[in-house]
Design a protein around this ligand. Structure first.
Ligand code: HEC
Length: 119
């Protein structure tokens, strides 16, 4: 009897504990993701956009905008950037980012990185 009710209490407790753990890991995971986005930028975007967002030599020839330029930043909304990144632009040198292996779910985070080049 005694043992039985203990078991019962235990089984009630397992659920919240498991939830707490998955929340914890979920949070840790989103921190890791933020680092991953910086890594994606470094590995995939810097080639054309440069480490400072101003554009690499190759990127300038392709016609990249200067992300550190306030006038450029003001000229584009997040939605417009997202549209370019999702579908490419009229510029034939700009391929849609999914062609570079970028997960479209990461675009919002990448736009934040792009915005941070101009402070
Ligand atoms: C092969 C070169 C190249 C790579 C790699 C590249 N871009 Fe670009 N990017 C361009 C060019 C060129 C433009 C300008 C397109 C235009 O003006 O039509 C551009 C424009 C942009 C814009 C501005 C779009 C707008 O509407 O103003 C954003 C944001 C952007 N890139 C983000 C990224 C991110 C994030 C990555 C990495 C995941 C990336 N790019 C990788 C060449 C590149």
């Amino acid at each position: 009897m005694e043992e039985h009710s203990l078991k019962k209490i235990f089984s009630y407790c397992v659920v919240p504990v498991a939830t707490a753990f998955s929340l914890y890991f979920g949070l840790t995971n989103s921190v890791v993701n933020a680092g991953d986005l910086n890594k994606i930028f470094k590995d995939t975007c810097e080639l054309c956009h440069g480490p400072d967002g101003k554009g690499s030599e190759a990127g300038k020839q392709f016609g990249v905008p200067d992300f550190s330029n306030a006038d450029y930043q003001k000229s584009r909304t997040d939605a417009q950037m997202k549209e370019s990144m999702t579908n490419g632009t009229k510029n034939p040198n700009y391929v849609k980012l999914s062609d570079l292996g970028v997960d479209l779910a990461d675009l919002d985070g990448l736009i934040k990185i792009v915005r941070e080049f101009c402070k």
